[in-house]
Design a protein around this ligand. Structure first.
Ligand code: UN1
Length: 504
């Protein structure tokens, strides 16, 4: 553990702000590992005045950064990717130590960071604008994409480094500086990443404040980000109530936001599907990251004819789940992030019972090594009970039966969130219906693979109360840039659009 902290530049006490230099004199918090409660290191939060210094330097860095040619900015992101490759094992282990996901998932998370850097390097030469035919003679109509400004990135504990990288790699090539406010539950990984970015920026001779950091509470530091017009775009990952708050504040000042809020992932298991594929996809989707992904599988909607057999096989898998220290390769499930998360799960189980659900397995506290361990839970429910509508950020999986595919799609869509969904079927008509305009209403709709584990190449995000934002690949970069449309007249005379004449 000490070797990992040392390799990533984490000291016993760490300032939580980076404004081109490290600052922090606010409240000190001791970060403990959910694996066994052992102390990792302390972080000193920034005060509101220090936050202002962070934002001022980040905003100041924009003036020069936006003038660097995009492919040159891409070279910086390429070096960032290389540095992440070098630090992959250490960073993954720190993710595991700090928030408890298994090491193999930690490695996957860092791989996502490397992948988005590679994507962004290519993107740095592909920030394409369009030219359109003008309706006027000897005119040209075009659009260009320009850097936007400071991107405030507010991240959650569950993907403590990948979500920063999706935003940062893209924002950097787009010419935007980044101000990161990580979850207070995962500040050490944020310090480690910022140190990596600092080194890369310094090596190139760029202002390291391009990748700034401000650790502090959402209610003070978060709101300073939300309300300050110097932050052009706020990219927020978190709960639905949190997103409603952020979105409202940012909208009041006509800032931009990308909201990545709650999910309620469902998998439809058709009798036309491969049951082994269904089991593996659902199992990983539900217990992976101990059910703490926004893309986690929370609901299984299974065809009546195979309901009982499917459930039995899933229960067998659940009961064999190796739970324990997430650094040990044999364990598939580590702890929840903190004791409060355990309490939330236990409360959801009681509510499920009270609302008529049946707990079929799991949902118990495991007294392992002083950590926040639970057994993963399956509940049989008749449909989307009120508790099923809620995103309980823990390993509780609701299984419900369906008759026709139309009923299954109605169940899948019958929640307020709209992030991720999947169908397991070998019937092309079923798959196409699920993907059609009258199919899944989610931002992610998969066929024969689970709800989580999205690749960075696609745009990531969802509809309804998930917030509508898109991050990561495809053309999500456009949210990080300012679009400018130009009409250019080379005719030597004035011609008005829409056929309007001007007699002088
Ligand atoms: C999240 O849970 O906030 O699709 C992000 C996935 C990951 C990202 C999840 N690539 O599960």
């Amino acid at each position: 553990m000490q070797a990992v902290l040392k390799a990533l530049g984490i000291e016993e006490v760490n300032p939580g702000g980076f404004a081109g230099q490290w600052i922090g004199s606010g409240k000190t918090q001791l970060v403990r590992s959910p694996i066994d409660g052992s102390p990792l290191a302390s972080v000193v939060n920034v005060t509101p005045a220090e936050f202002d210094a962070v934002l001022a330097s980040c905003h100041g860095a924009f003036a020069a950064w936006k003038q660097v040619p995009a492919p040159k900015r891409g070279e910086v992101v390429k070096a960032l990717g290389d540095e992440l490759r070098r630090n992959k094992a250490a960073l993954a282990e720190l993710v595991t130590l700090e928030m408890g996901k298994t090491l193999r998932e930690g490695l996957g998370e860092v791989q996502e960071m490397i992948d988005i850097c590679d994507f962004a390097v290519g993107l740095s030469r592909q920030l394409y604008g369009l030219t359109m035919p003008s309706e006027r003679r000897q005119h040209r109509l075009q659009e260009q994409w320009h850097p936007l400004g400071v991107v405030g990135v507010i991240t959650a504990f569950n993907f403590p480094v990948a979500v920063w990288s999706w935003n940062t790699a893209i924002a950097l090539v787009c010419g935007d500086p980044i101000l990161w406010k990580p979850s207070s539950k995962a500040p050490l990984t944020a310090i480690a990443c910022t140190k990596i970015a600092e080194k890369v920026l310094r090596d190139f001779g760029f202002d390291p404040a391009i990748c700034s950091l401000a650790i502090g509470r959402g209610s003070d530091i978060g709101d300073l980000i939300n309300t300050d017009p110097r932050v052009a775009l706020v990219s927020y990952t978190g709960s639905v109530p949190g997103g409603r708050h952020v979105g409202t504040l940012v909208q009041q000042r006509f800032g931009r936001h990308i909201l990545e809020l709650g999910g309620n992932g469902a998998v439809i298991v058709s009798e036309q599907g491969d049951i082994d594929i269904a089991l593996r996809s659902i199992y990983f989707g539900a217990i992976g990251t101990a059910g703490q992904r926004c893309t986690s599988t929370r609901r299984v909607i299974v065809q009546k004819s195979l309901h009982d057999e499917f459930l039995q096989r899933l229960l067998d898998l659940y009961e064999r789940t190796p739970i324990g220290d997430p650094r040990q390769a044999g364990n598939l499930m580590g702890p929840l992030v903190d004791p409060a998360a355990v309490d939330t799960l236990l409360a959801a189980i009681e509510t499920t019972k009270a609302q008529g659900g049946r707990i079929l397995c799991g949902g118990e506290r495991l007294p392992l090594a002083g950590g926040c361990y639970v057994t993963p839970c399956i509940a049989a429910v008749p449909g989307n009970l009120p508790i099923v509508q809620e995103e309980t950020f823990a390993p509780i999986l609701y299984v419900m039966p369906y008759g026709t595919l139309e009923e299954a799609i109605a169940l899948q869509n019958g929640v307020t969130q709209g992030l991720s969904s999947a169908i397991i079927t070998n019937d092309q008509r079923e798959a196409e219906l699920f993907l059609s305009a009258i199919g899944s209403d989610c931002g992610i709709a998969n066929v024969n693979t689970g709800t989580s584990g999205a690749e960075i190449g696609g745009a990531f995000g969802g509809e309804k109360e998930t917030g509508g934002g898109r991050e990561s690949g495809s053309d999500a970069w456009k949210a990080y840039m300012r679009r400018q449309t130009s009409a250019i007249n080379y005719s030597g005379s004035v011609e008005l659009a829409q056929g309007i004449t001007l007699e002088l």
